[in-house]
Design a protein around this ligand. Sequence first.
Ligand SMILES: NC(=O)c1ccc[n+]([C@@H]2O[C@H](COP(=O)([O-])OP(=O)(O)OC[C@H]3O[C@@H](n4cnc5c(N)ncnc54)[C@H](OP(=O)(O)O)[C@@H]3O)[C@@H](O)[C@H]2O)c1
Length: 326
Amino acid sequence: MNTRKFGRLGWDVSEIGFGAWAIGGGWGPQSEEDSILALHRALDLGCNFIDTAQGYGDGKSERIIAKVLRERNDDRVYVATKIPPRSPGAWPPSPYDAIEDRYPEDYLRERLERSLRDLGADCLDLVQLHTWTRAWNANPTALETLKKFQKEGKIRGIGISTPEHDQNSLVDLMRNGWLDSVQVIYNIFEQEPAAEFLPAARKHGVGVIVRVALDESSLGGKLTPGTEFPDGDFRRNYFAGDRLDRTVARVEKIRETIGTEERDVPTAALKFALKPDAVSTVIPGIRNVQQAERNCAVSDQPRMSDDLETRLREHRWLKSFWYSGK
Ligand SMILES: NC(=O)c1ccc[n+]([C@@H]2O[C@H](COP(=O)([O-])OP(=O)(O)OC[C@H]3O[C@@H](n4cnc5c(N)ncnc54)[C@H](OP(=O)(O)O)[C@@H]3O)[C@@H](O)[C@H]2O)c1
């Protein structure tokens, strides 16, 4: 497993991190035994970065991580968690929401204490605000609160995870030095971060965590037009209506572009996400030992060729209804 620098925090983080949403729930049946074995296997293979959130099973993902880390004597494993905006309210936040209502100081403190407890830690490596709106860039009071927690020695790094529709929304905050890291969607379909985000992250020493490199599993290459998602799997909505058919058709075109140059579609998808130097770690969602092994192995393979990366750029997909039509 290769490592990369995590921005100005200077941590050496594994190129493949562990995306810990599914082990908390929301992806259909998931046994705790599989989750624990998968996490141990990834850590055995050199993964030293885990991304979780309070929202993943209402603390379940954090508690499973704490249990696994207690069972091990690893040199250093970095755990990034996320605090959601206060409910009730829109997700992602509406441009009319006041940051003082969604991330007030007393609420953030209560939430900080909650992650310290569930992760069994005295200090959290990285706290990310789970979502954001550009409307708050001019007055990011919640980040001042997190800086206060940092000074108190309760958190090491401060990050934000981008809202789903707006991957370049945090660039101003990065330029103004507010952020140690940003979590962003960057994959063969979603290439908007190449516009401003990736160069700005590099220039300003911001750690970059790439999420959804497998497009919520479509770039795992296993979905077909007949795939049915079980109850309790958020993909019933994500791939609802004709979205599944349209996505699978596009994945088949991507498979043709890859040909025999890479082992399979998920390998190519992870390598595509790892290709920019600005990226610190890519965190595929991992729910079993086989996925831990396959995904971690990607870092040991040669990087994707410039030529294939360029050809894959053609598969960029602006996936909103307005752009793509129905
Ligand atoms: N707003 C946010 O901040 C936010 C949002 C989303 C995700 N995240 C973070 O980013 C992480 C990654 O995103 P994600 O889990 O949503 O989506 P993803 O990484 O794009 O897809 C993960 C899914 O793909 C399948 N998969 C994994 N490895 C595979 C392989 N080698 N071959 C084929 N299929 C494979 C698994 O599902 P099956 O086994 O069911 O096929 C897995 O649950 C999350 O776990 C979470 O930590 C953050």
